[in-house]
Write a protein that binds this ligand. Structure first.
Ligand code: NAD
Length: 437
């Protein structure tokens, strides 16, 4: 008699007695692990970073959006609702594995799927029959079917087990994470969850899984449709940010105030969505994800022009702002070379501590290339390294403001008191439009 793995899993999921493994405990994985644990599931986080695993097991969060006070009751609960491990062997006791590993670009700006492959291979070695595997990492359309599925199927062949069939012996789906770090009005629980299963049975178990913890599920017809949905969302942002950045440059040339123009346009009740210009784009999503799509299209001999153009415009913004610093200093008779420039905010956006791909880093590099004496302050980033150079935050913000020849505002952290900054700084270049005019 064959085992009805689908029914077994559905029963465990609806009773909240399934064990969920979250692979990769970063900005995406840790909040997700906490949510499942808070909803009563037993959760085991798997991460290759032993320090992160130890921190989770000690109830100490390293992700701003997850206060340690939320972790502690889960890890100290008897038995633990949430624990972490570096060893994939724990998958033997799990019913679900959700993959949240990084998907960066390599040096030639092509997808770097080595973390995904490492996770897929390790899952394949340890997964029990009847497991549901869900990929949440952002990736190109076709990854779940063309990369992950063969890995999971071949593993059983290698282990000389009978060939496992997807949708019967194990289940596979893609469901993009849409988390927006630092945001409090929309959470993992309240943001609708797009889910695409490999087969109807995969779709049923995957939607049942998320329906236990997320308020609204949006089923789509395939993993590729779900992968593409995420890329549409992030490409939409990249393109619109690039558009408004270019509009800002145009307004500057025309002697117009771009912010006045944007606010006026935003009064239109339909057909317009407000985006704001800034120093460029950063983080692990907007600057990278569209390249996953254009790479895939390149393999089909199609050139994704909007993505390329948006990338060019956004990545030119740091240079534009460095020229603004140079011009501002010039106005007061100072050369950029040798002037002290204070960069306010190195995180890629407000109220987060993430400096990955942050345009502030490009600004710092360009300013240094031109001989400026660059300092920085960021309430969330005590130190960082850039091209092998270690930077430490200015210890005293008031003093740093007073000593700077020019201050460039790169991140609009809520903790900053803009009126005071405006009073203390001799010269300000404001990429975020936060200084009262
Ligand atoms: N950060 C965001 O705002 C965001 C939002 C939506 C989607 N995403 C996507 O989610 C994915 C994860 O992003 P993130 O920001 O959470 O990354 P992250 O770097 O914060 O976390 C990834 C974690 O995975 C671990 N890891 C790496 N290789 C591993 C392996 N083989 N096995 C187990 N663990 C491994 C790392 O040690 C790290 O702790 C990416 O695809 C990203 O594009 C990110």
């Amino acid at each position: 008699m064959t085992t009805d793995y689908k029914q077994l899993l559905l029963d465990k999921l609806t009773a909240h007695c399934a064990t969920v493994a979250v692979i990769g405990l970063g900005y995406v994985g840790l909040p997700l692990a906490v949510l499942f644990a808070e909803k009563g599931f037993k959760v085991i986080g798997v991460d290759v970073d032993a320090a992160r695993v130890a921190a989770v097991n000690a109830g100490e969060s390293y992700i701003l959006d997850v206060p340690s006070a939320r972790l502690q009751p889960l890890v100290h609960h008897q038995p633990a609702r949430l624990r972490a491990d570096t060893d994939y062997a724990v998958l033997a006791e799990c019913d679900v594995a959700i993959i949240c590993v990084p998907t960066p670009l390599n040096k030639t700006r092509d997808p770097d799927v080595r973390y995904l492959i490492a996770a897929g291979e390790a899952i394949a070695r340890h997964m029990p029959a009847g497991m549901l595997v869900v990929l949440e990492s952002t990736t190109y359309p076709g990854t779940t079917q063309d990369l992950l599925l063969p890995m999971l199927q071949e593993a059983t062949v290698a282990a000389t087990l009978p060939h496992w069939e997807v949708g019967r012996d194990f289940f596979l789906a893609f469901s993009p994470e849409r988390i927006d770090p630092g945001r409090t009005d929309w959470t993992v629980e309240t943001t609708p969850k797009v889910v695409g299963g490999m087969t109807p049975a995969c779709q049923e178990v995957a939607t049942t899984l998320y329906a236990q913890v997320v308020r609204r599920i949006v089923p789509v017809s395939s993993p590729a449709a779900a992968e593409m949905t995420k890329l549409l969302e992030n490409t939409f942002r990249a393109v619109n940010i690039a558009l408004v950045n270019e509009i800002a440059i145009m307004c500057d040339k025309l002697g117009l105030d771009v912010w006045e123009v944007i606010e006026a346009a935003a009064t239109k009740p339909y057909g317009f969505m407000k985006f704001t210009p800034g120093p460029g784009v950063g983080g692990h999503c907007i600057p990278l994800d569209p390249h996953y799509l254009s790479w895939k299209l390149k393999t089909l001999n199609y050139n994704a022009r909007f993505i390329q153009l948006a990338g060019e415009v956004n990545s030119e913004m740091p240079r534009y702002w460095v020229e603004k610093v140079r011009d501002a200093l010039n106005e007061v008779g100072k050369p950029l070379k040798g002037s002290r420039v204070l960069v306010l905010g190195v995180a890629y956006k407000k109220d987060v501590d993430d400096v990955r791909e942050s345009p502030a880093l490009d600004i710092i590099e360009l300013l240094r290339e031109k001989g400026a004496d660059v300092r920085y302050h960021d309430p969330y980033v005590p130190a960082f390294a850039l091209n092998g150079i270690a930077f430490r935050r200015e210890a005293d913000l008031d003093r740093a403001l007073a000593e700077a020849d020019c201050v460039i505002i790169t991140t609009d952290h809520s903790a900053y008191d803009w009126a005071t900054i405006a009073r203390r700084a001799a010269l300000i270049v404001d990429t975020r439009h936060v200084i009262p005019t």
